[in-house]
Write a new protein. Structure first.
Length: 71
């Protein structure tokens, strides 16, 4: 599984009702606009591989999901 497939798989684990908060958390973590994250990263799945953005996003998503599941 490549990194984008991993990101898609992790994204599918986030409940629809939690996605708005998730987009905001990712935007804050990566210092981006929420709309850019929502459309670019999680609609088109165009996440840059430069500067380990994909790897860092995977780690962030795994932690985010872990925290959601521990509530």
């Amino acid at each position: 599984m490549d990194k984008i497939d991993t990101i898609k798989s992790l994204f599918s684990q986030i409940d629809k009702k939690d996605k708005k908060d998730f987009y905001e958390a990712v935007a804050n973590e990566f210092q981006m606009k929420t709309s850019s994250v929502r459309v670019g990263w999680f609609f088109h799945f165009e996440v840059r591989s430069k500067y380990k953005v994909q790897e860092n996003l995977i780690v962030f998503m795994e932690q985010y999901i872990k925290n959601l599941n521990s509530k």
